[in-house]
Structures are given as structure tokens and as C-alpha cells.
Design a protein around this ligand. Structure first.
Ligand code: PMP
Length: 348
């Protein structure tokens, strides 16, 4: 660790950690823990990337308001970057995303404009575009902005190449929200580690890529209609109700070896397993990606190295189904422990 001139310098350089108790014998399974970013998710990278690219291009003026449509982590990352750099931030977010996400953004000084659940991701994007036009705000356009995959090519991909230098990396496993991680890392791996097979996971309830159906799109890359294969799923931050331009670019580049569809229950299960068996506290999409990585491990050769992205911290999901079975009151077993010695007991 060094000293840093500001919090933004601490974005990236996340650790790659070996899985011990949950990995099948004979395979080296590693996870890249993006929760180590200052605001706890992979989207801190994108936030810094899009704001600094806009500053360099002169598209963002000092003090100008920034606006984005986000399911949460992008807004939280942007709230940090905007706070550190002095830009006001407005976020549009569909109301079904977890309450702690809204509160976090507001705590960081952003304003959060909710959109009706029925409008889903497309609805919050339409609202953000409208507000940007009406008020002359800078729209970060995370789903189409090339600064999104670019920051992953410059940071996430570089870190992976360095961490596996002189060794094989047989599989790299990820999901997609915007596809920034996928597109930005995959194109570097294809160049510099061409033997690494790239595996993409998506929700079983929303197999947009697996369906093979194309996305209707406007000339600027934004979706023209929701994708027909979309159904609501519990993996907040993964697979919006359209195939983002950046994700479609990754598919079109031919770098993806296979697409896996992951059931919601499996995602929840492995998020919990990572916490309980490895002490790695991460969110639902992390559990989902990990479930995909275990499938990859099951078919991998002895001695294979597999790297799985874990996009965010589990602390973002306290009010969601991930914590539904976690009681606030003492369980019978805990009460029995309490009653096993005299002090500190509650009246029966
Ligand atoms: N998981 C979570 C929890 C996220 O918030 C995101 C970003 N929306 C992703 C995964 C996917 O990242 P990307 O946008 O780079 O595809």
C-alpha cells in the first residue's frame, strides 16, 4: 500500500484470490474481488473512466451536472467520482432496485430520480436522456460509451495479464450488465492470452444472448425496444431488458467461447457459500458468476486455471432476497447458547 493523492487513485488493482474449500479437486479456481474498489464494485472503474474521458474530450465542463440511468453500482461509483471532482450528479433508477443503493447515492450527495418498475431498464434510460436534453446535463451513456470498455482494457485486463504472466489462464468467466467488463477484458485477452477461453454467464430467466435473437437498436446504439427473451430476474446489475451495444460488440467480435444460463436460486446459493465457506462477502451476480465458474471447472482439464469475476460487495443486498433467510432475532440455537450461562439473559 502507498499513499494516494485522492480516493480515485485507489480504484482498480483488485486482488485475485484462490478458492480453497469450494473449488473442485485438481482445478485452480481464482476470483477477482471487485468489492475491493473504494465504493465496493466493478463500476467504480467505469465511473472514473467515463468522467475522465469526458473531461479530456472537453464534453464535461467544470461544475456541469452529470446524469446517468443506473441499477445502482454505476450511480454509486459516479457519486464518488463526482463528489471527489465537484460535479453535481442526478441518477435515474427503476424503483425495484434495492433501497440501500438509493440511500448510498444520496449519502454521497447525488440526487436519485426513481422511475416506475413497469418501465424497467429502458424506462430509466429514456428518462435520463430526456432530462439531459432538457437541462443540458452530461449523460454518461454507460451502455454505449466506449470509455466504459476502454477503462477495462486499460485496468481490469492489464491486471489479469500481469497476475497470470508466465502461466496459463485457461478460462475467464464473467457476466454482463453493460458488457464493459466483458468487452474491455475479452479483447485484450484475445490479443495477449489467445488460449484463454472466455465464458459469459446470464440469468436463466433472461437468456438474451442464448436466445440468438437480435436486439432492435437506434442509430446511436440505444435500444429501440425491450428484448423478447427478457424476464425479470434476481441478478441486480446483470442483463438489463435489452442487449447493450457494448455487449453486442463483444459477441460480434467472436471472442466468446460459450454462454451459460444461471438460475437465480443458484446465484443466491453461491453468494452465501462464498461467504460461509471462503469468507468472501459478495453480491448476487458474484454468486451467479461463481456458479458458472464451477460448471466450467467441472469440464476443465486437471491443473486448469480458471478466473471468475466477482463484481460487488454483499453489503449492497441487505434488503433483498439474498438476506431473506437471515434472521434479525436470536434463533433457537442462539437462545440455547444464551441460556447456557447465567448472565445477560432475556426474560422468557
Ligand atoms: N454485477 C453487478 C452487481 C453490476 O452492478 C454490474 C454492472 N451493472 C455488473 C455485474 C456487470 O458489469 P458490466 O456493466 O461491466 O457488464
Amino acid at each position: 500500500m502507498a499513499r494516494f493523492a485522492n480516493i480515485l487513485e485507489t480504484v482498480g488493482n483488485t486482488p485475485v484470490v484462490k478458492i480453497n474449500r469450494l473449488a473442485p479437486a485438481g482445478v485452480n479456481l481464482y476470483v477477482k474481488v471487485e468489492a475491493f474498489n473504494p465504493l465496493g464494485s466493478v463500476k467504480d472503474r467505469l465511473a472514473l473512466g467515463v468522467i475522465e474521458a469526458a473531461e479530456r474530450a472537453g464534453e464535461l465542463k467544470p461544475g456541469q451536472t452529470v446524469i446517468e440511468a443506473t441499477s445502482g453500482n454505476t450511480g454509486i461509483g459516479l457519486a464518488m467520482v463526482c463528489a471527489a471532482k465537484g460535479y453535481p450528479l442526478v441518477v435515474t433508477m427503476a424503483e425495484q432496485f434495492s433501497v440501500e443503493r438509493r440511500k448510498l447515492m444520496r449519502f454521497l450527495g447525488a440526487q436519485v430520480v426513481l422511475t416506475p418498475a413497469a418501465g424497467r431498464a429502458v424506462g430509466m434510460v429514456v428518462k435520463a436522456v430526456e432530462l439531459a436534453k432538457a437541462h443540458g446535463w452530461f449523460l454518461t451513456r454507460q451502455f454505449e460509451n466506449e470509455a466504459n470498455p476502454d477503462i477495462h482494457s486499460r485496468t481490469t485486463a492489464r491486471e489479469i495479464v500481469v497476475d497470470f504472466k508466465g502461466e496459463r489462464l485457461d478460462y475467464w468467466v464473467t457476466g454482463y450488465g453493460t458488457g464493459g467488463t466483458l468487452r474491455g477484458v475479452a479483447r485484450v485477452l484475445a490479443q495477449e492470452m489467445p488460449d484463454t477461453r472466455i465464458v459469459v454467464c446470464e440469468p436463466q430467466d433472461a437468456p438474451l444472448l442464448g436466445s440468438g435473437l437480435a436486439q432492435a437498436r437506434h442509430a446511436d446504439g440505444t435500444p429501440a425496444a425491450p428484448h423478447p427473451a427478457f424476464k425479470p430476474h434476481p441478478m441486480q446489475g446483470w442483463t438489463p431488458d435489452f442487449i447493450p451495444k457494448i455487449t453486442a460488440d463483444a459477441v460480434a467480435s467472436g471472442v466468446i467461447e460459450r454462454v451459460l444460463s444461471i438460475p437465480g436460486a443458484e446465484a443466491m446459493h453461491y453468494s452465501q457459500e462464498l461467504a460461509r465457506k471462503e469468507g468472501i462477502f459478495v453480491g448476487i451476480t458474484a454468486g451467479a458468476t461463481f456458479a458458472g465458474a464451477l460448471r466450467v471447472c467441472a469440464g476443465a482439464a486437471k491443473g486448469a486455471n480458471v478466473l471468475c469475476m466477482l463484481p460487488d460487495t454483499g453489503e449492497r443486498y441487505l434488503s433483498t432476497p439474498l438476506f431473506a433467510d437471515v434472521p434479525a432475532d436470536m434463533t433457537e440455537a442462539e437462545l440455547a447458547i444464551s441460556r447456557s450461562t447465567p448472565s445477560g439473559q432475556f426474560p422468557a
